[in-house]
Design a protein around this ligand. Structure first.
Ligand code: 5RP
Length: 221
């Protein structure tokens, strides 16, 4: 395992402390979350949870393989805990997410959870969000229109080649954004007709950020 994977695994391991036996979990998407799912099994916590709400088809498959029941958010009600990774995080726990294309379901679960624990390796921590291209999920017929609007906002949108989301939509990855006011930009992009979801998690940031590194973990609240 390389150093970055080891740091992701450390962050995932620290998140196990938030898991309560008997409580349903929300589970995100990505390589850091995959460590978390593996650790739930290795540490024998998987058997103590009634099930999990999944943020993507990929996570659903991994949860099922791990023997964890996948539940419908419409049946569970508010979730006590959501664990997910991120592509970038700032000191206010605002995030860019969606590198894996699962941003819409991730944002729904984050919104429906009381506590959002975000797990990242230290390379994801930034001063200003936007070095990582901002993913925007769009309805296919609105692709060009939204592309022009995102250019007007100062970005350089690039269609994610050959990618269709779990919801049947497209992703525009917006480069060269200097996101100094994440809440404002999130509202502005959300307001464009045809946008399904923007990967800025600023209005609902994480509650706890666990940052893994070679020397251990740091928790930011
Ligand atoms: C998926 C996401 C992931 O959380 C994000 O891409 C981080 O992934 P990884 O843990 O593999 O670095 O938002 O849509």
């Amino acid at each position: 395992m390389n150093a970055q994977e080891a740091a992701k695994r450390k962050a995932a391991e620290a998140a196990l402390a938030y898991v309560e036996p008997g409580e349903v979990l929300g589970v995100g998407t990505g390589s850091t979350v995959n460590h978390f799912i593996d650790l739930l099994v290795e540490r024998k916590l998987a058997q103590d949870i009634p099930g999990a709400v999944s943020s993507s088809n990929a996570t659903t498959q991994r949860l099922k393989k791990a023997g964890i029941r996948v539940l419908d958010l419409n049946q569970t009600g508010t979730l006590p805990l959501y664990v997910d990774g991120a592509d970038e995080a700032n000191a206010h726990l605002q995030l860019i997410k969606g590198g894996g294309g699962a941003l819409t379901r991730e944002k729904i679960i984050a919104a429906a959870s009381r506590k959002f624990v975000c797990i990242v390796d230290e390379s994801k921590l930034v001063g200003v969000l936007g070095r990582f291209p901002l993913p925007v999920e769009v309805i296919p017929m609105a692709r060009s229109y939204i592309g022009r609007e995102l250019t007007r906002l100062g970005g350089h949108p690039v269609l994610r080649d050959g990618f269709v989301t779990d919801n049947g939509n497209l992703i525009l990855d917006v480069h060269h954004l200097d996101i100094v006011d994440p809440v404002r930009l999130e509202n502005e992009i959300n307001g464009l007709a045809g946008v399904v979801c923007v990967g800025l998690f600023a209005r609902r940031p994480a509650d706890v950020l666990i940052v893994g590194s070679s020397s251990g973990t740091r928790v930011i609240k």
